[in-house]
Design a binder for this molecule. Structure first.
Ligand SMILES: [Zn+2]
Ligand SMILES: [Zn+2]
Length: 527
C-alpha cells in the first residue's frame, strides 16, 4: 500500500529539479531521530519538508546560482601550515643527515650555546616548512671558508654548503625529502558552493575527523540550526570536497574537508566561521566566486576589497580607512549558534551603496523534520533535535532533568522516570514492603544500640511503631553507642552530635534496636 503523504502534490520548480532526493530522504530518515517519534501521524513528504527551503532559495539564491544547486570548481590551495609542519617534523626525526648535522653542531660550536642555537634553528622543521630561515644572521668559519647565514635565506641551500664543507653525509637524501614535502604543500581540491538541502544538513558531518555542534550523526547540541540555515534566503554553504564520499545507509554524499557559511545580500557578502579551522585563502576564494555569481546573475555590484576583521560580538562597529566609513554590523540568529562575532576572524566585501548599518537575522524558520511544522526555536528545550516537541514527547529524568534518549537505560520509581545514575543513587530499600522507593519520599529511621544514652522528650513509642510498620521507610544503623541525649524523632543533628556550631538541620527519627522485631532487623541487615 502506498501511503499518500501530505504535500505530495504541487511542489515548485526547485523541488522538482532538485537532484539526489533519495539521499536527502535517507539522511533525514537515518539521522532525523525518527525513533524518538511518538506521534501516530505518518511523516510529512519530502516535498512538504522542503517547501520552506524552496521558498527561501527562490527569493534570489537559486537565480544567483544560475539554476544550479551545487557549483563546483577546481581549486588549488595551500595546505594548512600545521599539516605541513607535522610531515616535516616526522621527516627530520628519522633522517640520517639531520642527526649527523646535529651531532656536528655540538662538536663545532662546543660551549658557544648561542651559536649552537642558531645552527639548530637553521634546520628547525618550522623553517624547513616555509624554506626560510627566520633566526638571527650569523657567520661561521669552516676550515678556510666563511659561511654567512642571513635571516630570510633558504635553509636547504645553506645546509648544502655546510654539509659539503664539513663533510656531513646524507645531504642529498635530506634535500630531496625536504623539497618533496615543501612542494607538496599545494593540494588540489574541489571548492563547492551549495544551496542543496543535504549540504546544510551535513555541514558538520564528514569522514575527515572533525565535527561541531551542528552535526546530525552524533546529535550535536545545535543541529536544529542546520535547518534554519537551509531555510534562510541568504545563507550559502561553501566547502572543500574530499576525494572520498561519506557513506550512510546504502547512500553516500560528499565529505567536507573544510566548510564555512556565507551570508549573501546586495549589501554584503560575508563568511561566518570556517570549520575545522579558519583560512583566509579559502574565505577569499569563496567570496570572489559568490561575488562573480551575484554580479553576473543578479546584477548586484560590490567593492573589490576583501576586508578582514575579528569581531567579538554579533553587533560591532568598525571603521574602514580607505572608504572613510564607519559600518555597524548586526547579524542575529534564532536558535542557530551564532558564530558571527565570538572572536572569529571574518572576511567580507561590501555592496556598492551599502547602508551604514548592515543588520539581519540570517536564520530561516526552524522546522520539524518529521511533520514539517514551523516551530519557534523556544518551543525546543534544546536545539539538539530536529523533531518538534509534539511529534516526539521527549522524556526527561524527573530527578536531575537530563534528557533521556531512546537508547538510554532508564527506570521508573514511585511513578517517576529516572536516568540510571539517579535511579542507583537516589533510592533506598524499604524492608517493610520489600521495595525500592525514592529517598526523598521516604522516612529515615536510625536504629541505635540499646545501650545508647538517651531520654524520651517527644513522640511516643506508638508513634515510632507507626513509622516502622508504615511503608516508605528506610533504616540506617549506628553500631556505636552514640551520645544521644534525647529519644525523639525531630532532632537536629546539632544536638545529636553535641556540637553547637554544627548547623546540619535535617530531622531524624531514632529507634532502639529492641523496638524492632527480629524479622525486620534481619531484613534491614541482610537484604
Ligand atoms: Zn513535528
Ligand atoms: Zn537523572
Amino acid at each position: 500500500m502506498k501511503i499518500i503523504r501530505k504535500g505530495d502534490k504541487g511542489m515548485g520548480e526547485l523541488f522538482n529539479k532538485l537532484p539526489n532526493k533519495k539521499e536527502l530522504q535517507a539522511w533525514i530518515e537515518t539521522y532525523g531521530e525518527y525513533d524518538d517519534v511518538t506521534s501516530y501521524d505518518v511523516p510529512a513528504s519530502l516535498g512538504h519538508l522542503m517547501r520552506l527551503w524552496e521558498e527561501a532559495k527562490s527569493e534570489y539564491l537559486y537565480k544567483m546560482f544560475g539554476g544550479q544547486f551545487i557549483i563546483e570548481q577546481d581549486f588549488t590551495f595551500e595546505k594548512d601550515r600545521r599539516e605541513i609542519e607535522d610531515s616535516m617534523f616526522e621527516m627530520v626525526t628519522n633522517n640520517k643527515f639531520y642527526n649527523e648535522y646535529m651531532a656536528w653542531t655540538r662538536n663545532f660550536a662546543g660551549n658557544d650555546y648561542s651559536l649552537r642555537c642558531c645552527l639548530a634553528e637553521l634546520i628547525h622543521y618550522s623553517h624547513l616548512t616555509i624554506n626560510e630561515y627566520e633566526g638571527e644572521t650569523f657567520s661561521i668559519n669552516i676550515g678556510e671558508s666563511r659561511v654567512t647565514v642571513q635571516k630570510g635565506c633558504k635553509p636547504s641551500r645553506i645546509l648544502g654548503k655546510i654539509a659539503k664543507l664539513a663533510n656531513i653525509d646524507g645531504y642529498e637524501d635530506f634535500r630531496l625529502a625536504q623539497s618533496r614535502i615543501f612542494n607538496d604543500r599545494f593540494s588540489k581540491g574541489k571548492l563547492c558552493l551549495s544551496i542543496h538541502p543535504l549540504d546544510y544538513m551535513t555541514m558538520s558531518d564528514n569522514e575527515y575527523g572533525w565535527d561541531s555542534c551542528m552535526n546530525w550523526r552524533s546529535k550535536g547540541c545545535y543541529h536544529l540550526g542546520t535547518v534554519e540555515m537551509m531555510n534562510s534566503p541568504m545563507v550559502v554553504v561553501a566547502y572543500i570536497k574530499g576525494n572520498k564520499n561519506m557513506p550512510f545507509g546504502r547512500c553516500e554524499w560528499n565529505s567536507k574537508k573544510w566548510r564555512n557559511l556565507f551570508i549573501v545580500t546586495k549589501d554584503i557578502i560575508t563568511g561566518i566561521k570556517g570549520y575545522p579551522y579558519q583560512n583566509t585563502d579559502f574565505d577569499k576564494a569563496c567570496i570572489k566566486a559568490l561575488q562573480a555569481l551575484a554580479e553576473k546573475n543578479l546584477g548586484y555590484s560590490y567593492n573589490d576589497t576583501v576586508y578582514e576583521r575579528t569581531f567579538s560580538d554579533a553587533e560591532e562597529t568598525a571603521y574602514f580607512e580607505d572608504i572613510d566609513e564607519e559600518v555597524n554590523f548586526n547579524f542575529l540568529t534564532y536558535c542557530m549558534y551564532n558564530d558571527f562575532g565570538n572572536d572569529n576572524t571574518t572576511h567580507f566585501i561590501f555592496g556598492l551603496n551599502h547602508p551604514s548599518t548592515i543588520e539581519c537575522c540570517y536564520s530561516g524558520p526552524a522546522e520539524c523534520m518529521y511533520c514539517g511544522s514551523i516551530v519557534d526555536g523556544e518551543d525546543f528545550e534544546e536545539p539538539d533535535t530536529v523533531i518538534c516537541p509534539s511529534c516526539a514527547e521527549h522524556i526527561y529524568c524527573d530527578n536531575c532533568g537530563e534528557r533521556l534518549y531512546s537508547e538510554d537505560t532508564y527506570y521508573t520509581l514511585d511513578d517517576c522516570i529516572m536516568c540510571e545514575e539517579c535511579y542507583l543513587n537516589h533510592r533506598e530499600y524499604d524492608p517493610v514492603d520489600g521495595e525500592y522507593h525514592m529517598r526523598d519520599n521516604m522516612e529515615e529511621i536510625t536504629v541505635i544500640e540499646d545501650g545508647a544514652k538517651l531520654s524520651l522528650t517527644s513522640g511516643t513509642k506508638e508513634d515510632i511503631q507507626k513509622y516502622i510498620t508504615n511503608s516508605k521507610t528506610f533504616f540506617t544503623y549506628y553500631p556505636e553507642k552514640l551520645p544521644i541525649k534525647h529519644y525523639t524523632y525531630e532532632r537536629t543533628s546539632r544536638s545529636i552530635w553535641g556540637l553547637d556550631d554544627y548547623h546540619y538541620t535535617d530531622t531524624c527519627t531514632y529507634v532502639l534496636k529492641s523496638d524492632i522485631s527480629e524479622d525486620l532487623w534481619s531484613e534491614i541487615m541482610y537484604h
